[in-house]
Design a protein around this ligand. Structure first.
Ligand code: NAD
Length: 240
């Protein structure tokens, strides 16, 4: 490893994960597939306009993603991040752009899903959010208001505002160490977190197969399951 663990042992670590963090669990990234997600143009399946124009196509797309997710398991990177959250003497904030639940199943005690969660539905009428493992469609009934055909996946589509931004901006300003794992840095406002952290003096590390835009202090190349695990082992070894 070419990384030197932070000397500020009890500092606040902010981690941002992207779809590359779940790639080794068998969930494809979408930039990696030429801008396609599950074989679809994201603008045709991940926008409010698409849902308005072709609700059944959009529901089918997310139904398929949900059923695939239920067959997948967290990888070593998810487990390592959970260990860091539990064992680091300071604060660890885990922000993810992923809509899967692999951080939770990997043992993470707290996960901020800024782009929502595939295993939840939201009622377009009453706004209530519910756990959801089954397919959604025109016959789905909201458990709260009992309306039919009003449930949508609780995910943030392109053109919608990501969740928890105010709280997470504040936490990122407080970071001493910022780590971006498996994210292309092309989706805003998530891509802005590194700039916030850096402007406040945090050390910024990128874990990816290829370096993004050079704003990080350090780039650690390779598959996340390997690099993140080695880095967490090294970091906790140095701070315990
Ligand atoms: P992205 O697809 O734009 O970029 C993925 C990045 O991960 C790339 O930079 C790639 O080089 C890197 N990568 C691929 N495999 C890797 C590995 N094994 N180890 C380390 N890095 C690896 O993803 P993004 O930046 O997260 O943005 C995509 C958006 O699509 C997100 O908003 C997310 O909501 C959605 N999405 C989510 C999932 C999921 O929940 N697992 C999957 C696909 C897309």
């Amino acid at each position: 490893m070419n990384t030197k663990p932070s000397s500020r042992a009890s500092g606040h670590i902010v981690i941002l994960t992207g779809s590359g963090g779940s790639a080794e669990s068998g969930i494809p990234t979408f930039r990696g597939a030429g801008g396609l997600w599950g074989g679809h143009d994201v603008m045709k399946v991940a926008t409010p306009r698409a849902f308005c124009a072709q609700p059944q196509l959009v529901q089918r797309f997310y139904n398929e993603r949900r059923q695939i997710l239920l067959t997948k398991e967290p990888n070593a990177a998810h487990h390592a991040i959970a260990r860091l959250q539990k064992e680091h003497s300071g604060r660890v904030t885990l922000i993810t752009q992923n809509i899967d639940d692999l951080h939770e199943r990997g043992g993470s005690p707290e996960v901020w899903h800024i782009h929502g969660e595939l295993l939840k539905s939201r009622c377009t009428h009453c706004g209530m959010i519910h756990a959801c493992r089954e397919d959604l469609g025109p016959a789905s009934v909201c458990p709260s208001c009992h309306g039919t055909g009003r449930l949508r996946p609780h995910v943030v589509w392109f053109g919608e505002t990501p969740l928890f931004l105010e709280e997470l901006d504040a936490r990122t300003r407080d970071a001493t160490l910022f780590a971006a794992i498996g994210t292309s840095g092309l989706v805003y406002p998530a891509a802005n977190f590194v700039h916030i952290a850096r402007s406040r003096g945090a050390r910024c590390i990128e874990f990816n197969l290829e370096s993004s835009d050079g704003v990080f202090d350090e780039f650690i190349a390779g598959p996340a399951a390997q690099t993140v695990t080695a880095w967490v082992d090294s970091f906790l070894g140095h701070t315990r």
